[in-house]
Design a protein around this ligand. Structure first.
Ligand code: C5P
Length: 311
């Protein structure tokens, strides 16, 4: 039986081990200094040739994700078509997103899906593009999209799209606590501006000590240096996240922080067995909707399967 050509791509989430937010720029964005880690919590994107173009979504939070022009993965289809001179009027591509990364959770699930779409579509269309070339398309889609092409650890500056890979030969183990709802990233940045106008919430320090802790492979040392300037803003909008952070520490985690703009909280553990123990204890805390265990770093968006005849 003829099967439409399709490519299955894994799309890992990210956390920011360090997220320093600079001042508001005239373009309405903030300069960032961040240390990314790609996590084993992944969405899956299947990119296929289809006479019925569009986006279908299942899994975690599927009902809340836009399916049309506002979907970042679909925007990635259009951006790559433009980049390689294809007409965007008659695109014969269908995306099937299987979500596991919490939607509006501060783990850049939409950006991960967009990066995976670029990787899958470049394969489907047999475009001979390097990851660096794809990263120029990715940067136009959203601040975190380029990181999701590479994964691992990286230092991000500018809008976090200027990346420098950081080679760390160690694995770190996390418990991920999903909140009952999502948080809007622009709203959290706005809240930070309000807080900064009223007072001076403390800012995270410099990132080099955190890179030293990563290089040492010692999670106890790393736990002391985790920091996120958006945390105060996320807590101000949703104070119950403070109780979630306390619950994770009471469950025995070495350290915890809000992931990106939140509301997902992540807790660093000694090893996989410790993460399972902390995760089991935290599962009894009703302030979070679900608890998962993950590790990082993992590779960025990558093809896991190909089907059908390619053009
Ligand atoms: O780049 P992205 O679309 O993911 O950003 C979402 C929102 O987060 C932006 O619209 C902006 O409000 C805020 N943001 C910011 N400064 C950045 C990145 C994002 O203010 N460097």
């Amino acid at each position: 039986m003829f099967k439409s050509p399709s490519v299955r791509v894994s799309a890992p989430a990210k956390i920011n081990l360090h997220l320093g937010v600079g001042n508001l720029r005239p373009d309405g964005r903030h300069d960032l200094v961040t240390v990314f880690q790609a996590l084993s919590l992944t969405d899956e994107v299947v990119v296929s040739v289809s006479a019925d173009p569009g986006v279908e979504i299942r899994g975690e939070g599927a009902g809340t994700v836009a399916r049309g022009a506002a979907n970042r993965a679909w925007q990635a289809v259009l951006a790559l078509a433009e980049h390689c001179g294809r007409s965007t009027a008659d695109i014969d591509v269908r995306l099937a997103l299987h979500k596991k990364i919490p939607v509006a959770g501060g783990m850049a699930g939409g950006n991960a899906d967009a990066a995976a779409t670029l990787v899958g579509l470049a394969e489907l269309w047999k475009l001979d593009l390097t990851r660096a070339e794809l990263a120029t398309v990715a940067a136009r889609l959203g601040s975190d999209v380029p990181f999701h092409l590479f994964g691992g650890h990286a230092l991000g500056t500018g809008r976090a799209d200027e990346l420098m890979g950081v080679d760390i030969p160690h694995q770190f183990h996390w418990v991920v606590a999903l909140d009952h709802g999502g948080l809007s990233t622009p709203l959290v940045f706005e809240e930070l501006e309000l807080l900064r106008a009223r007072a001076q919430p403390p800012r995270v320090g410099h990132y080099p000590p955190l890179l030293d802790a990563l290089s040492s492979g010692d999670p106890g040392q790393l736990a002391l240096l985790l920091g996120n300037d958006l945390q105060a803003a996320a807590l101000s909008i949703r104070p119950r996240l403070g109780r979630t952070l306390e619950a994770g520490l009471s469950a025995g985690a070495l350290g915890g922080l809000i992931s990106g703009s939140g509301p997902t909280c992540v807790f660093l553990c000694q090893d996989h067995a410790h993460a399972l123990r902390v995760g089991r204890r935290l599962s009894g805390y009703e302030g979070c909707r679900a608890v998962k265990v993950a590790c990082g770093p993992v590779l960025g968006a990558r093809v896991v399967d190909r089907q059908g005849e390619f053009a």
